[in-house]
Design a protein around this ligand. Sequence first.
Ligand SMILES: [Zn+2]
Length: 410
Amino acid sequence: MYIRILIFFIVNFIVFYFYLVISSYGYNVYRSNFMSLLNQESYDVIRVLIDSGYIKDRIDLKGSNISLRYSLKKYPSIYQGSNNLFNFLSIVYNYPYLDYYYSENKYYINFEDISDVLVLSNDFIEYKNRKYRGIMRIIFKDHKYYLINYVSLEDYLKAVVPSEMPYTWSIEALKAQAIAARTYAIKMMLTRRSKNEIFDVYSTVLDQAYYGIDYEKDTTNLAVDSTKGMILVFNNEPIWALYHSNCGGFTIDGYLPFAKTVSKEDYYLSSVKCYYPGNTWVSKISLYEIKDLLKKYTKREVYSINSISVNSFKTTFIYQTVNNTFVNYSIYNWELRKLLNYRIKSPFIDKVSIEKDWVIFEGKGNGHGVGMCQYGANYMAKAGYSYVQILNHYYPNSVLINLTDYFSKK
Ligand SMILES: [Zn+2]
């Protein structure tokens, strides 16, 4: 009798002990860390869209402790790199409604009614040969999947800065870049969260290039760490910290090409002189393509182009149409650049000429020309200017503050 009671207690103790081990590993460690990451109120964590597509595609994610493979067949399988049950449980704890079972060294999950999956790893998660910090979340919506990386803002920046500026450049220019990138990220977080969107930034040049851990460099890590939490504000709000490779001797007023998002009163994007002369370029576009564009946008026949000229950010075409009449059509260079799929490197066009079947554009600069000129920033840094002076120059009237101060005033 006593032995039975003793065995009962021992068995209960063992069950309870295992419950504690599982809950402390799978629940406390992962849940406390990662559930706080999922809290969208936190601006310490940014949600980066890594990829999206139709759900017939397969998503392969790898890591040193977990490897999640999934496909949308009836019983897709999850393969564990380490066969470690606890790692797998950590997913299930956050999403207890997952219907799963274990068989022949594979974990099977029925994703049929799943709209959301989290993938956790102790160090990094690999996707399409790129390694990412933080956690991955897969959201299923309207027959599409969205692979979203939840990562700390500062870790995100450590991968962004070396993708947006050569890591060999002067440290003061790299610091200016880190602050511009952080400010841009915060602006996107505020904007997209106010619209209840499922991610904050694209991982491409649509927002800022973010290619993961392998891109991190010591110099750019230092630039991010030494400016931790610093952003630029104007009228107490984070600015649209636009930047570009190099301007053509001066930057362009932001409201001109970006009328939808930048107003004339956003003085921090005012045109400023730049000490870097701007890289020159030549682009050849076929005359046939230009005629086609004009026909499409002016809705008139284009018989022959008589002249093309350029004057203060506007290109003017004079062409002959039906009944021997002439049409005079002007377009802003940033619009023309968009229509030509950015084959014109910048809006700074100095000269246009027609040679046989080609239109030759010549100009200087690279990029939209608004905000910080990156080559100009490096030029200033090499001349001894600090990152504060560089930012004050390219974003006039803006103020440097810390994120915690910004959010404490909200
Ligand atoms: Zn410049």
